[in-house]
Write a protein that binds this ligand. Structure first.
Ligand SMILES: Nc1ncnc2c1ncn2[C@@H]1O[C@H](COP(=O)(O)OP(=O)(O)OP(=O)(O)O)[C@@H](O)[C@H]1O
Ligand SMILES: *[C@@H]1O[C@H](CO)[C@@H](O)[C@H](O)[C@H]1NC(C)=O
Ligand SMILES: *[C@@H]1O[C@H](CO)[C@@H](O)[C@H](O)[C@H]1NC(C)=O
Ligand SMILES: *[C@@H]1O[C@H](CO)[C@@H](O)[C@H](O)[C@H]1NC(C)=O
Ligand SMILES: *[C@@H]1O[C@H](CO)[C@@H](O)[C@H](O)[C@H]1NC(C)=O
Ligand SMILES: *[C@@H]1O[C@H](CO)[C@@H](O)[C@H](O)[C@H]1NC(C)=O
Ligand SMILES: *[C@@H]1O[C@H](CO)[C@@H](O)[C@H](O)[C@H]1NC(C)=O
Ligand SMILES: *[C@@H]1O[C@H](CO)[C@@H](O)[C@H](O)[C@H]1NC(C)=O
Ligand SMILES: [Mg+2]
Length: 668
């Protein structure tokens, strides 16, 4: 009977609305009847959202009924245990507002409590006052020195106020794995917390771990604490949170609580899903997308600029009439690759018309020399191209083969066979490192004579070289002399206004009549060839600039001959190793070709015959050569003022570059 009464009483007590033994488990809060205030809401899918992104607000979520915590007869606080899964999602990575607390308090309302670091539980007046009877475990994500926080990511036990009785950086020690691991509370990831009170030992333990990690046996915080003074007989349990200036959302996913026993395990698979992925993506989209767009846009712009620049870099000029010459046409890109981008290391030399680069054609691996000629005018270009292409068809062992050409805006590129031994001038003047002995020189002379003879008479049409001189005689691998650069001077003749005739050629090689009429003929070529003969035999330039008096080679050789010792004029570098008869022949022939009367000069056919000994050269006196008959253009057409600076004597007179340039730039 007594038993029945006791049962009835206990039933009565159990069903009483204001007192509970306290044992509940929420795997999601969809069907929970929590007491919420402030920002706290239960979302559609059952998440308890303590805060949203509203500044300076508080929120509370409590189990609705008070729970009995004390043995009324002894006044001791019962053991209790709780666990919950939470997530703190900041609007901006790693910036949290104050955090939240698990709280046990005598009331569910906190009038006058402040947001921010007060967690919606206290204010300045009541902070730390023992009459509060508040016990809380804070998950704090802000460093506030006013309340002696240890860092901006810690867990602390608070009694009646904000200054934690004990606190430690957030983290855990996984079971059976030594070492403490940090956890970032504001990482946005779900994690699990445990708060256990041993009513016999008077010991409180707080434990933290990532979700899916078993409850660590080593707690994060362990504190001996007699709760008897703090707790009242019945208390409310729940969570409190607040927002500050940094916008943060606090979620509780599941919660279980039990007085006098272990709280039930949460069924992690049943917990509602966090919206955090969507959130991350949306953060990524709102803040990252413009950057991503900008990134791709800039890549696109960069690629386009690159493509345009590349196209412009390799742009060529190709006109309709050039179709016939396509076999002789080179792609600029190929020449660019061949000469390694026309870099300075590949530069062979520079003349009046432009620079010459060495190159190796990418496909055929043949060695080439590329001459870049800048040419502003398109006038005469068509005829010129036609001419050089037709000349390019002629093949002779004493002529540098023109392989083809390429045209760009304001520029013409001529592609020649590469001559490994360079130009003859390098072996003659200014104490050369290597000189040629007489038999080599004589071979070169004969070769050049044959080459020029071929141009004048050996081919279907008469080709006038126009610019014979030592630097245009190139030596192949067998030291054969070869004529290069033929016809190029003509490019500058074309398009020249006939009224104001500019003369193009090289001073010292130019026949006197040439300076007056600017008409190139085979005999002007012979005149230049004569200057070349003297040059090779004497190892001196046609005109040498000296302080007092310039040496004019023809006059000097003539004076030697006049004195009766023409051999005195020979190049001292020859030493004794020479054939006197041949040197004499070359010097005399040089004088013969240098006569100012075009008709008095021999033709190339005869020059070849003299050199081969097929025709005997009579004494010059018997030919009636006199000093007045030997004239150099130097006296007639040019004043010293147009000549280059004599100090740069190496380049001096190699070119009337100033004249050529004036023709190019503004002469027409
Ligand atoms: N086919 C070639 N093979 C090897 N080297 C060459 C070739 N063509 C030219 N060169 C080198 O390039 C240099 C410059 O040649 P370039 O023809 O531009 O000048 P130049 O002969 O001194 O004067 P010009 O402009 O009157 O011809 C030459 O001195 C020669 O050393
Ligand atoms: C935050 O929650 C409160 C209460 O539910 C609501 O009034 C407010 O509009 C919400 N603010 C935002 C930014 O979601
Ligand atoms: C929820 O709790 C309140 C008291 O906080 C009570 O008035 C209400 O009836 C409860 N509702 C349900 C569905 O249990
Ligand atoms: C309350 O305390 C008394 C005396 O200390 C003890 O006998 C009793 O069992 C306790 N009640 C409970 C529910 O623990
Ligand atoms: C502080 O809080 C207490 C109780 O919550 C309240 O009575 C008091 O008015 C508050 N003081 C201020 C300054 O808000
Ligand atoms: C604590 O609060 C009580 C009641 O609000 C008040 O009377 C008392 O003076 C306060 N004590 C301190 C130290 O502020
Ligand atoms: C953990 O955090 C502390 C500061 O809270 C820091 O000193 C330590 O280097 C961190 N350890 C690791 C492994 O990140
Ligand atoms: C706890 O505090 C109460 C009241 O102050 C006291 O009676 C009790 O002996 C204390 N228990 C321990 C273990 O210190
Ligand atoms: Mg040249």
């Amino acid at each position: 009977m007594l038993f029945v009464i006791a049962l009835a009483v206990s039933l009565l007590v159990n069903t009483a609305p204001t007192h509970e033994t306290g044992d509940f488990t929420y795997n999601g809060f969809r069907s929970a009847n929590l007491s919420l205030d402030g920002l706290a809401v239960v979302t559609g899918n059952g998440l308890l959202r303590l805060t949203n992104e509203t500044e300076q607000k508080v929120s509370h979520a409590f189990y609705p009924n008070p729970i009995t915590f004390k043995n009324s007869s002894s006044g001791a606080v019962y053991s209790f245990s709780t666990t919950f899964v939470f997530a703190i999602i900041p609007a901006y990575p790693r910036m949290g507002s104050p955090g939240f607390t698990f709280v046990i308090a005598p009331r569910r309302e906190f009038p006058g409590a402040l947001p921010g670091h007060f967690f919606g539980l206290f204010n300045q007046t009541n902070d730390g006052n023992a009459t509060n009877h508040i016990f809380a475990v804070e998950f704090d994500t802000i460093l506030n020195n006013e309340v002696s926080d240890i860092n901006d990511n810690h867990v602390g036990i608070d009694v009646n106020g904000l200054v934690s009785v004990k606190s430690f950086p957030a983290g855990y020690t996984e079971n059976n794995i030594p070492g403490f691991r940090n956890l970032s509370l504001v990482s946005g990831k779900a994690m699990q917390g445990w708060v256990d009170y041993d009513g016999v030992q008077k010991q409180i333990r707080v434990t933290l771990a990532p979700i899916n990690v078993d409850k660590p046996t080593t707690p994060l915080l362990s504190l001996s604490l007699n709760l008897s003074q703090i707790f009242k007989e019945t208390m409310y349990v729940g969570f409190s949170s607040s927002t500050g200036t940094f916008l943060t959302t606090h979620y509780i996913l599941g919660w279980s609580f039990k007085v006098n026993g272990q709280a039930h395990r949460l069924d992690l698979s049943q917990l509602p899903r966090l919206p955090h992925m969507k959130k991350q993506i949306s953060i990524l989209l709102t803040t990252g997308l413009p950057f991503i767009c900008l990134f791709f846009l800039s890549i696109l712009v960069f690629a386009m600029v690159y493509a345009i620049r590349k196209r412009r870099k390799f742009a060529e000029v190709l006109e309709d009439w050039e179709r016939d010459y396509s076999p002789h046409r080179f792609k600029y890109k190929d020449l660019y690759v061949a000469t390694k981008g026309f870099r300075d290391q590949e530069l062979l030399g520079a003349g009046g018309f432009g620079r010459v680069y060495k190159g190796v054609l990418p496909t055929s691996k043949t060695e080439i020399a590329v001459k870049r000629v800048s040419h502003e005018s398109r006038q005469g270009m068509r005829q010129f191209i036609a001419e050089i292409v037709s000349i390019g068809r002629l093949r002779h062992r004493n002529i540098v083969t023109l392989l083809g050409y390429c045209r760009r805006k304001g520029e013409l590129l001529l592609v020649y066979d590469y001559m490994p031994n360079g130009s003859l001038d390098k072996y003659l003047y200014n104490q050369p490192k290597v000189t040629l002995n007489w038999s080599q020189r004589f071979r070169v002379i004969k070769g050049v004579a044959y080459g020029l003879y071929y141009l004048h008479e050996g081919w279907e049409q008469v080709v006038i070289h126009r610019d014979i001189k030592a630097s245009n005689i190139l030596l192949d691998s067998e030291l054969n002399g070869r004529l290069g650069d033929f016809g190029l001077a003509k490019l500058y003749d074309h398009g020249t206004d006939p009224q104001s005739t500019h003369v193009v050629g090289t001073l010292g090689y130019m026949a006197p009549e040439n300076t007056r009429t600017a008409r190139a003929t085979t005999s002007t070529d012979v005149y230049a060839f004569g200057a070349f003969l003297l040059e090779v035999a004497c190892g001196r330039r046609p005109i040498e600039v000296q302080e007092e008096d310039d040496v004019i080679l023809v006059e000097w050789v003539f004076s030697c001959w006049d004195k009766g010792d023409i051999l005195e004029a020979r190049d001292p570098n020859l030493g004794t190793d020479f054939v006197a008869k041949e040197v004499e022949l070359v010097l005399q022939l040089g004088l013969l070709c240098s006569q100012s009367h075009p008709t008095a000069r021999p033709r190339m056919r005869q020059v070849v015959q003299y050199l081969e000994g097929d025709l005997a050269l009579e004494e010059l006196s018997s030919l009636g050569i006199s000093k007045s008959g030997l004239q150099f253009a130097y006296h007639e057409g040019f004043s010293k003022s147009i000549m280059p600076d004599p100090s740069s004597s190496d380049k001096a007179f190699s070119q009337i570059s100033s004249v050529a340039n004036s023709v190019l730039s503004g002469g027409r």
